[in-house]
Design a protein around this ligand. Structure first.
Ligand SMILES: Cc1cc2nc3c(=O)[nH]c(=O)nc-3n(C[C@H](O)[C@H](O)[C@H](O)COP(=O)(O)OP(=O)(O)OC[C@H]3O[C@@H](n4cnc5c(N)ncnc54)[C@H](O)[C@@H]3O)c2cc1C
Length: 541
């Protein structure tokens, strides 16, 4: 059989991969193969914002990783669901539109400027991409754009409970912030979302749909890459398994762009012989390049919930009340309005509880529902209420991704070490204390029946530390496991052009690539990475 060859191959059709593939085809005129391990994104559950509640707790559109037991969390393991569908995280996430703040990117740039001929990662450089991709339904200014492919909108529905939360936090002295991606992150307000009229604007929908039928783009679904083929120091192809289980190979004379997400990208590199040499030898993998940084430096945003029950039918619903969901569905179908337009989270905040004028240390999400999962199910009654989660936005804890075995079908061993660093724990406790006060501040206080977790009578450090250890989980933002770094940085896997060191023709363009995590959600940054990588390949930086 003739060897199948493309101009470029993109491995992983998630937030970054869809953008990179689409740009290479549409703007570069290249013939591109996009290999996606997951399913088609054509499903109503993916489109409607509340679908996330169903998906998180069990769906074929998610790939469920469980961490190795975390000794510093009393041996607890927690889940890290990741998208398993075209569009990746952008097809399953809560759609909150956040970029992070200029200092995030200026710090990357300062780190990466150690490179000879390094790429520009400053805020001004990345802002062009954020703005260019954006079609904002309210804002057009130096920071926001219209006419881009990704639809960004104000919430289609705001529950009264979210408004009470916003007012309560203002009562604590925080300003109302009309735009968390504006000049300042600080304050409380309503998020913007990557959707329009209740339809998700995933990377697949926004970037791939316009190319449907274009013969230059080949998208293969349920096609899982197993390893890269490296010949004479150059990445030339991919070994992958198709839907039927048959092993296949595809080749390129151009570049391979790995975008399989921060948990799978390092696994793929290691299975291809690119990683810490000792670890690869332990698994009888021939070392193509000793890159000790592959799989190291895992960063994720830790999230800890606070749950209050309400003294009336406030907030969305009791979980499992099917007729109510049906009514909501009907309202959406007939009038295009109602709760189906909300992914649950509408309001949020960025605060610094210890130094209010300094950059925020904590992001909060307000979800007007008693959110029950396997950790909280037995502790809180299934009734109306409110969940507020606090997230440490610049965590110092670092974890790792390692191979479980050399079998591509095995999931990697993931150890994120959430809240292991004492400064992360201290920031989280300060954040919890701050938002507990919001539950006790009007107009929210009048609607709260009881704060179920944590116990408001026990807010000493030791008890709050145990609360955090018991409930901390991922905010779904794994990052930095194959990071860019300056020349001479032994843990740098990539140079500042996202090229894998020591190998020709290979780049990583997903959240694995970032030198540090941005303060805030990570979908827009992932899409920015895909956009920039395409520019780098096309020589348009
Ligand atoms: C439940 C959830 C909620 C979130 N909420 C938000 C939010 O509200 N706002 C926000 O900004 N961010 C949110 N995020 C985070 C954001 O979506 C991710 O950071 C972002 O999608 C990461 O993009 P990526 O390109 O790095 O990886 P991904 O989007 O995860 O893409 C990786 C892709 O590679 C595919 N893949 C994996 N292995 C293979 C293989 N071997 N071969 C081929 N393909 C493979 C996967 O199926 C996936 O499509 C959320 C994430 C999740 C999971």
């Amino acid at each position: 059989m003739a060897r199948e060859e493309f101009d470029h191959i993109v491995v992983g059709g998630g937030s970054s991969g869809c953008v990179a593939a689409a740009r290479l085809v549409a703007d570069g005129g290249h013939r591109v193969l996009l290999l996606e391990g997951g399913h088609s994104n054509r499903h109503p559950l993916l489109d409607m914002p509340p679908g996330i509640f169903k998906m998180i707790n069990g769906s074929k559109f998610m790939d469920y990783h469980t961490t190795v037991p975390q000794p510093h969390l009393n041996g607890r393991a927690h889940d890290i669901p990741q998208g398993n569908v075209l569009g990746g995280g952008s097809s399953v996430n809560a759609q909150v539109y956040m970029r992070g703040r200029p200092s995030d990117y200026n710090a990357w740039d300062a780190t990466l400027r150690g490179n000879n001929d390094g790429a520009d990662w400053s805020w001004d450089a990345v802002l062009k991409h954020f703005r260019g991709m954006e079609d904002n339904n309210r804002l057009l200014n130096d920071l926001h754009g219209t006419g881009g492919k990704m639809q960004v909108s104000d919430p289609g529905h705001i529950d009264q409970m979210s408004r009470w939360f916003v007012q309560a936090v203002q009562g604590l002295g925080e300003p109302f912030n009309p735009d968390f991606n504006g000049p300042s992150q600080r304050g409380v307000g309503f998020y913007q979302f990557m959707n329009r009229h209740g339809r998700r604007s995933s990377a697949a929908y926004a970037f791939l749909s316009p190319l449907e039928g274009d013969p230059r783009l080949t998208v293969r679904l349920q096609s899982r890459a197993e390893r890269l083929i490296i010949e004479k120091g150059r990445a030339v192809g991919v070994v992958w398994r198709d839907k039927s289980g048959a092993q296949r190979e595809s080749f390129t004379r151009g570049e391979i762009i790995v975008t399989s997400g921060a948990l799978i990208t390092p696994k793929l590199l290691m299975l291809s012989g690119l990683g810490p040499a000792d670890h690869l030898r332990d698994h009888d993998i021939t070392v193509a390049a000793d890159l000790p940084g592959v799989g190291q430096n895992l960063i994720d945003h830790p999230e800890v919930p606070m749950i209050a029950t309400a003294n009336g039918p406030y907030g969305y619903f009791k979980q499992g009340v099917g007729w109510r969901m049906l009514m909501n569905g009907l309202q959406f179908k007939l009038f295009g309005s109602g709760r189906i337009l909300s992914a649950g989270v509408e309001a949020g905040a960025f605060v610094n509880p210890t130094d209010p004028e300094a950059e925020p240390t904590i992001q909060a999400f307000c979800v007007p529902i008693v959110y029950l999962d396997r950790d909280t199910l037995t502790l809180v009654e299934n009734t109306y209420g409110l969940t507020v989660t606090t997230v440490v936005v610049k965590p110092k804890s670092r974890g790792e991704v390692r191979l479980r075995s050399a079998n591509p079908a095995d999931k990697p061993l993931v150890s994120p070490n959430l809240l292991k660093h004492p400064e992360d724990m201290a920031a989280m406790i300060a954040g919890q204390r701050f938002f507990i006060r919001a539950f006790q501040t009007e107009p929210l206080a009048a609607r709260v029946k009881r704060l179920a977790i944590p116990d408001p009578a026990k807010l000493d450090d030791a008890t709050l530390t145990e609360h955090c250890k018991r409930f901390v989980k991922t905010n779904y933002h794994p990052a930095s496991t194959a990071r860019m770094g300056a020349d001479g940085d032994p843990m740098a896997v990539l140079d500042s052009w996202m090229r894998v060191r020591c190998v020709e023709g290979l780049r990583v363009a997903d959240m694995s690539a970032v030198p540090d995590i941005n303060a805030g959600n990570t979908n827009a940054p992932a899409m920015m990475l895909g956009d920039r990588c395409a520019d780098f390949i096309m020589g348009r930086a």
